[in-house]
Design a protein around this ligand. Structure first.
Ligand code: PMP
Length: 425
């Protein structure tokens, strides 16, 4: 184990990031469970990529069967990509009927931003000031959760508006957010850059998943449309039923974006990502750029992605997300009644957590406490993490088959760990 830590540093760079003070060496997964090299079992409350469960048999079999038959790129005729895109786009409203498939969410976001320029002839991009959307040169400039030190001189094209925060900012109907977007649009226009697009995760998951009423994003979407820009919804984390009430989180937000970007859960761990948009936008993009992606949309990726859609439906995982999310909110709220350090409890389907504060009046973030809880939970066999602007909110985002019994184990263990962990050291 120590040898692996040292080898990682030696071969992947001395500052490679690794979870936990005492890193976990995971060797096997099944459903919501992970096992380490010593045979210890962990409940996975963190990983949203194995959406339909680690090593899901339907997905594994689909990958193996297609890998045994053919894997090539998308410039030959093949049913795989057609059948998949047909089934995928059936989950969207018109005019979101066409798709481009990629290997990562970053690539798909990069294409989406270029589509916005191709459609508007302008370059101004607005995102929130506590977000993350990926790692191409262009897309990395969007991120404020990990602020880039360099940017190829692209900084002038970006505006970062205040991220929503239902615990600290009063904006019940999204009007305040819409006003901030309008100010950024005006500034981009005044500086001669022009406004091309607003890109947001409709659940604002990296920002800390604020609780929002249905339709909260509508006022901001209206600002975008009136200004002649495109609305991009980055559903890399929020899509495929995770929010419980809808298959796509933008549907919960009451908006039809111009482009929806997806990734992470799409292939259950196989590298599949992409975007869905209108044929007008896709045509303009293809005319503007000679776009081809060697691996994107290959038959094995499409087989994996199709099996994910089938499994979500067969196991009714969206309904499970809605039920467990609601229960999780109840159980964590019960915990909050006993621990002042819990300032807020939030859920958006199969994403839930509590925000730790040192003082409920000042709402001072209990960042170091959150770290100690996460590390202690790891030693109790529970895998989770933290997120949000202050990095003091538990990030609980398990595979979608997460059950009521799993939730009980999580909350019971969290109760025990919190009772044993002093708020201040
Ligand atoms: N968008 C969002 C909202 C994300 O959370 C991430 C990854 N955490 C990405 C895009 C980037 O996806 P990828 O790592 O597949 O490039």
């Amino acid at each position: 184990m120590l040898d692996l830590v040292a080898k990682r540093r030696e071969l992947l760079g001395p500052n490679v990031s690794t979870f936990y003070d005492d890193p976990v060496h995971i060797v096997r997964g099944e459903g919501v469970w992970l096992w380490d090299a010593d045979g210890r079992k962990y409940l996975d409350c963190y990983n949203n990529v194995p959406h339909v469960g680690h090593c899901n048999p339907r997905v594994v079999e689909a990958i193996c069967a297609q890998a045994k038959t053919l894997n090539t790129h998308t410039r030959y005729l093949h049913e795989g990509i057609i059948n998949y895109v047909e089934r995928l786009t059936a989950t969207f409203a018109d005019p979101l009927n066409t798709a481009i498939m990629t290997c990562t969410g970053s690539e798909a976001n990069d294409i989406a931003l270029r589509m916005a320029e191709a459609m508007t002839g302008k370059r101004g991009i607005i995102a929130t000031d506590a977000t993350y959307h990926g790692n191409t040169t262009l897309v990395s400039q969007l991120s404020r959760s990990i602020q880039p030190a360099f940017g190829f001189g692209l900084e002038d094209y970006f505006r970062h508006v205040e991220a929503p925060d239902s615990y600290r900012i009063n904006d019940p109907d999204g009007q305040r957010f819409a006003t901030k977007v309008q100010e950024a649009v005006d500034d981009l226009e005044a500086k001669g850059i022009g406004f091309a697009t607003l890109i947001v995760c409709p659940l604002f998951l990296n920002e800390g998943f604020p609780m929002q009423a249905e339709g909260w994003l509508k006022p901001a979407a209206d600002v975008v449309r009136k200004a002649g820009g495109l609305l991009i919804c980055d559903e890399v984390q929020s899509g495929f039923g995770r929010c419980g009430s809808h298959f796509w989180a933008h549907q919960k937000q009451g908006v039809t974006p111009d482009i929806v970007v997806m990734g992470k859960p799409m292939g259950n761990g196989h590298p599949v990502a992409g975007l869905v948009t209108s044929d007008e936008i896709i045509s303009r993009f293809r005319n503007a750029f000679r776009y081809f992606n060697t691996f994107g949309g290959n038959p094995v990726s499409c087989a994996a992605a199709m099996a994910v859609l089938e499994e979500i439906e067969a196991q009714q995982l969206q309904a499970n997300a809605a039920r467990i999310g609601k229960l999780a909110h109840e159980r964590l709220s019960e915990l909050a009644a006993n621990y002042d350090v819990i300032g807020d409890v939030r859920q958006a389907g199969m994403v839930f957590g509590c925000e730790y504060v040192l003082d409920r009046d000042t709402k001072e973030p209990a960042v170091e406490y959150a770290d100690r809880i996460i590390n202690a939970m790891r030693h109790e066999g529970i895998i989770l993490s933290k997120l949000g602007r202050h990095k003091n909110t538990l990030k609980i985002r398990p595979p979608m088959p997460f059950s009521e019994a799993n939730l009980d184990q999580l909350v019971t263990t969290l109760d025990k760990v919190m009772s044993e962990t002093p708020v201040r050291t």
